[in-house]
Structures are given as C-alpha cells and as structure tokens.
Design a protein. Structure first.
Lengths: 182, 68
C-alpha cells in the first residue's frame, strides 16, 4: 500500500496537534507553578515539574528563581507558538503542494525561523544561568528536565529556516512572474 | 511600470473584440485581460508575434515606454 502525500499530511496534522497540546500543558504548568510558588506556597519549588526540583535555587535566591522560571516559561510559550503555527497551517490547508511558493508559506517559514532563533536564544540564556548556578554550588536539575536544553539545535534550525525563507521569497517572486507572463 | 500596453487602442482601431482576439491569437481571455489591464509582468515573443499578426501592427503599436 502506497502512502499518499495527503495521508502523510493528515498524519502530520494529528502529530502536530498532539505535540501542540503537550507543549501547551507544559507551558501552562510552568506558568502556574511559577505563580503558585511565588504567591502561595514556596514548597512547590521542590516539585516544580516532574524531575524538576528548584527548591535549592529558590532557597538560594528568589530573584534568580524568577529569572530561571521566566526563561523556562518563555521557551515553553515559544514552542507552543511554533506548533500553533504548524497546526494552523495544516488545519487551514494553506500548504498547497501544486503551488507551494505562495505568500502564506513564505510568511510561515519566516515566522518559524524567527521563533526558532528566539527559542534558541532564550534556551541558551537559561542554560548559561543554570550552569552559573551550579558553579555557585546551587543544586540544579539537568537542562533536559528544565526543557531548555538543545539551544544550539534551535539556533541552527532558526538560521537554516531563515536562509530557506530568503530563498522562498525569491521563489514567490519567480512564481508570480511566471503566472503573470502572457 | 513605465511600460504601457496599448492593446485596447489597437483593438479599437481594428474594431476587434477581446473574444475575437482571444480566439485568433489562441490566448485565454484571462491572460489577454491581464495583458490589457497592464498587470502582466512579461510577454513572450511568440505571444507578441501572434498579436501583431492578428492586429496587423508592429510591437511598438502595442507597447510604449512612458516616463514616470
């Protein structure tokens, strides 16, 4: 049985929805737990998220705890945004495989590239902070548990997508010129 | 764009409708309309040749360069 492009797109759409819901839950959890720890119960820092014990950081300095959790929240929100754009693109059927060089796709790739660059930047910032805390003797969880690992991968993806977006812009121009050639 | 398409002028001179020209030249109405309204970004030599042949005119009668 041969899998058609349309079937592949449907599978991708379902996967994108599942990942989007997952990252939304994560972002919501981070935001809620940050406020809960700061405003209601500081003990919550100990079980901030599965595998994330930030009680050491909270005990060491409340300000740095806020910075680190805000960075984690920003990265989580940016990831949600990226997957929202992917879900929206697949859901609205804006991915036209017969005429892929349209303005909508160009805008999509440019936005994703900027979001990936920002995610990489904030992840890197958060990771550097975490390293600095560890050097100061603060007990910190692994970066992968803080969901700020892989900053280099995000940055690499952002740069590659940015280059593709620039090529896409030229593709849109050529396609529009081709359509308006009589 | 400073290139002006005077196709409508030539069509009026030859008393030819868009439908008739479309049939004789072998272009679709929508493509002819793009050309007539000045939305076209390029014109093939083969198209220009066919239009000139049907309207019995020169390329300069259809295309004109106007500053500004």
């Amino acid at each position: 049985m041969k899998i058609t492009t349309q079937q592949m797109m449907n599978i991708l759409q379902v996967l994108a929805w599942i990942i989007f819901v997952g990252v939304c839950i994560e972002a919501g959890g981070f935001i809620f737990n940050t406020f809960f720890t700061l405003a209601i119960n500081p003990i919550d820092a100990g079980h901030f998220w599965p595998g994330v014990d930030l009680s050491g950081l909270y005990g060491w300095d409340r300000g740095y705890f806020i910075i680190e959790t805000v960075l984690m929240c920003i990265v989580a929100i940016l990831r949600c945004w990226i997957f929202w754009l992917i879900v929206k693109l697949l859901h609205d059927k804006k991915l036209d495989l017969y005429q892929p060089f349209n303005k909508e796709m160009g805008r999509f790739i440019t936005r994703i590239s900027w979001l990936a660059l920002l995610t990489g930047l904030f992840s890197w910032w958060g990771a550097k902070y975490a390293e600095w805390f560890v050097q100061r003797g603060v007990k910190m969880p692994e970066l992968q548990y803080l969901r700020i690992g892989g900053a280099d991968v995000w940055l690499f993806m952002g740069v590659i997508l940015y280059v593709i977006a620039q090529i896409f812009k030229r593709g849109i121009e050529i396609q529009s010129e081709n359509e308006l050639t009589v | 764009m400073p290139i002006v398409v005077n196709l409508d002028v030539m069509m009026a001179k030859r008393k030819m409708s868009l439908n008739e020209l479309s049939e004789k030249v072998g272009l679709t109405l929508s493509n002819l309309s793009i050309l007539k309204t000045g939305k076209a970004k390029a014109i093939r030599f083969s198209t220009l040749e066919a239009i000139c042949k049907v309207l019995d005119c020169q390329p300069a009668d259809i295309l004109e360069y106007r500053e500004g």
